[in-house]
Design a protein around this ligand. Structure first.
Ligand SMILES: *Cc1c(COP(=O)(O)O)cnc(C)c1O
Length: 398
């Protein structure tokens, strides 16, 4: 079959060729399923150190059973957007569970974290407002921020002095992350809360990678750092990472949620997540709250990995979370390393620009409670046969 003519207003081929030339062309790999910290690709099994399934819940029997029971009761699809008939008792119960778990007045569910972030920023920020973002915030936040009529200022990663210099009283919203997705380090939430309160601005946390993993009952980064959730006006988190399902939420005051129900276009004009999925997430939260043992096991794996990788001379990030970057610098080096590890049966992602700043390509290793100590040792053995390279300039060192 012939494709459409390649001439026209868009120069897709040129853009792709340019990406390929600098070694940044992306492609996808179809997996044949994953479970227990492993994945299958083209008939071969690998240890999977690339997933965000930090507690090993993505293939959990009780969550699958809750999903199935939800399908029996509610069917497979919500059938409509939430303001029409897509909002069910299952969604409502999940909102109530989340609100109680996280200490917020009210919660709203979204189909994914990307749209939750975009919806909040778009609904809140007008021309008169200012938006302050950590420069390592997720693409969903950066991108929407730069498209809005408000003025956006980006501060250096976790640089509170820089943020303080930029702040203007009573003008807008400060957004940062609980755990940074490509670095694994945490935002300084006590300081952020102080600066927000002192300047009369609102504060939003994206806790996609902290939720379930950190703090008592897995309540996330704020709980881990002892920050009162009342000091953070907007809490956002996702269900696709530690919770092992899919979807996202935004929590805060009742007034905020009522406002979003009325003004968040990604919420109003999108078919609601299936009720069965809400049933699965509710079950997942029940398990996550009781998963202290998994979190302790995960902590041991993290310490074991860091100790071993350090001894081999790798440059680690300042991370005590399951996200453990090995910083190598050049994209081509990161790709070669990932390839070598695959030959050893270990699946690790090479992360390159524009996902991370130029010159900071890395192996992004993620640990899961589904891994055993021997799995981490296999990873370290595989890394041990690769040279502990780094082509990073001095400027990038800790
Ligand atoms: C994954 C992620 C998102 C997006 O969530 P999805 O539900 O996957 O769309 C948003 N923010 C951060 C920090 C993330 O890591």
């Amino acid at each position: 079959m012939n494709g459409p003519a390649v001439t026209g207003p868009f120069v897709l081929g040129t853009a792709l060729a340019e990406r390929e030339q600098v070694g940044l062309l992306r492609n996808r790999i179809a997996t044949d399923g994953a479970s227990g910290g492993r994945l299958r690709v083209a008939g071969r099994e690998y240890l999977n150190f690339s997933a965000n399934d930090y507690l090993g819940l993505a293939d959990h029997g009780a969550i699958k059973a809750a999903f199935n029971a939800g399908i029996e009761r509610y069917g497979t699809g919500a059938g409509a957007s939430p303001l029409v008939t897509g909002y069910s008792r299952a969604h409502q119960q999940l909102e109530e569970t989340l609100a109680e778990w996280l200490g917020v007045e009210a919660v709203l569910l979204f189909n994914c974290g990307f749209s939750a972030n975009q919806a909040v920023l778009k609904a809140l920020l007008g021309k008169v407002h200012l938006l302050w973002q950590d420069k390592l915030n997720h693409a969903s936040l950066q991108e929407m921020g730069s498209q809005l009529p408000c003025k956006m200022k980006r501060f250096g990663h976790n640089d509170m002095a820089a943020l303080e210099r930029q702040l203007e009283p009573n003008r807008g919203l400060i957004v940062s992350e609980g755990v940074f997705s490509m670095d694994g380090d945490q935002g300084p939430w006590r300081d952020l809360a102080t600066l927000a309160a002192r300047s009369g601005n609102w504060l939003m946390i994206d806790d996609a990678h902290g939720l379930g993993v950190l703090g008592p009952e897995g309540r996330g980064t704020l709980a881990a750092q002892g920050v009162n959730p009342a000091c953070v006006h907007i809490q956002m988190g996702t269900f696709g990472k530690a919770l092992g399902v899919a979807g996202a939420f935004v929590g805060g005051s009742r007034e905020l949620v009522e406002y979003l129900v009325n003004f968040a276009r990604h919420y109003v004009y999108s078919t609601h997540m299936p009720a069965a999925q809400a049933c699965a997430v509710s079950k997942s939260i029940e398990l996550v709250r009781a998963a202290d043992e998994s979190r302790a096991h995960l902590g041991q794996l993290i310490a074991r990995f860091r100790q071993g990788a350090k001894a081999q001379g790798w440059q680690l990030g300042a991370s005590d979370t399951p996200i453990q970057p090995l910083l190598v610098g050049e994209s081509s080096v990161a790709l070669q390393l990932a390839e070598r590890l695959r030959e050893c049966g270990v699946w690790v992602s090479a992360i390159r620009p524009p996902t991370v700043p130029v010159g900071t390509a890395r192996l992004r290793i993620t640990l899961s409670a589904a891994h055993r100590e021997q799995d981490v040792d296999c990873l370290l053995d595989a890394l041990g046969v690769c040279p502990a390279v780094t082509t990073l300039g001095e400027a990038h060192h800790d």
